[in-house]
Design a protein around this ligand. Sequence first.
Ligand SMILES: Nc1ncnc2c1ncn2[C@@H]1O[C@H](COP(=O)(O)OP(=O)(O)O)[C@@H](O)[C@H]1O
Ligand SMILES: [Mg+2]
Length: 263
Amino acid sequence: MTGDAVTLDTLRRPHGSGPVVECRGLTKVYGEGDTAVHALRGVDLVVQPGELLMLVGPSGCGKTTLISIIASVLGGTDGVCRVLGHDILHMPERDKPEFRLRHLGFCFQAFNLNPCLSAAENVAVPLLIGGWRYGRALERSRDLLAQVGLAEKADAMPEQLSGGQQQRVAIARAFAQEPDLIVCDEPTSALDSATGEKVLGLIRDMTHSTHRSVVVVTHDSRIFRFADRIVAMEDGRIVPLAPGAAPPAAQAHAQAAETSTAT
Ligand SMILES: Nc1ncnc2c1ncn2[C@@H]1O[C@H](COP(=O)(O)OP(=O)(O)O)[C@@H](O)[C@H]1O
Ligand SMILES: [Mg+2]
């Protein structure tokens, strides 16, 4: 298999109408020999434009590994992983920062806010790196913070915000430069259930209103109802979703997607 020829132009190119993510037989082995850990054992996964997909499964089954590869922050071992049409496993390291900046948004369990920057400045970081002027970036950050219900907190420092508020700042930042794909790793794990549901409702609304694709890794069954589709993982593989494990709508979508991608 040969890699795509990646140029700045191809990195900037908006993707066509195909899947946003396409993994086929994706494997990941950490280490080697006796201590090798087979974290992914042949994952097939497709994410379509505009869908909020939840990836669920027990701790250690490979969820973080999978989305880290999709987000191009971790290499895979074998198989295929195409993101927005780009062969991510063979993309040169030097091209990845530009690719991530232009196309991806991140929202992780530890919110990773910069403690020395205000909420608005934290949201503005990806915009400033992307070349926006400071004033315009701050204006957009304030708009985004208003969308997540934090208009009043734009000038607050992270330490002055609750866990739920910090997570909302992280969500605003993930959506800031309108990435094509956003990955969220356990976004509700540090939140109480009411706040967790609010945060997911927000992610879902922003996904649908901006027609972005979002992959949310979680084992929090309270938020399953916010998914368009739920995919289950176990021991490094995608497995059929247990009956009754998801709300009927997401379950129906899961079956339809399995049928349509089975060929
Ligand atoms: N950097 C690493 N080095 C070695 N093993 C790892 C590393 N990261 C994860 N693993 C192992 O890979 C498996 C999958 O981990 P992970 O993707 O974090 O699962 P999950 O997110 O579902 O809890 C686990 O057995 C874990 O211990
Ligand atoms: Mg994890």
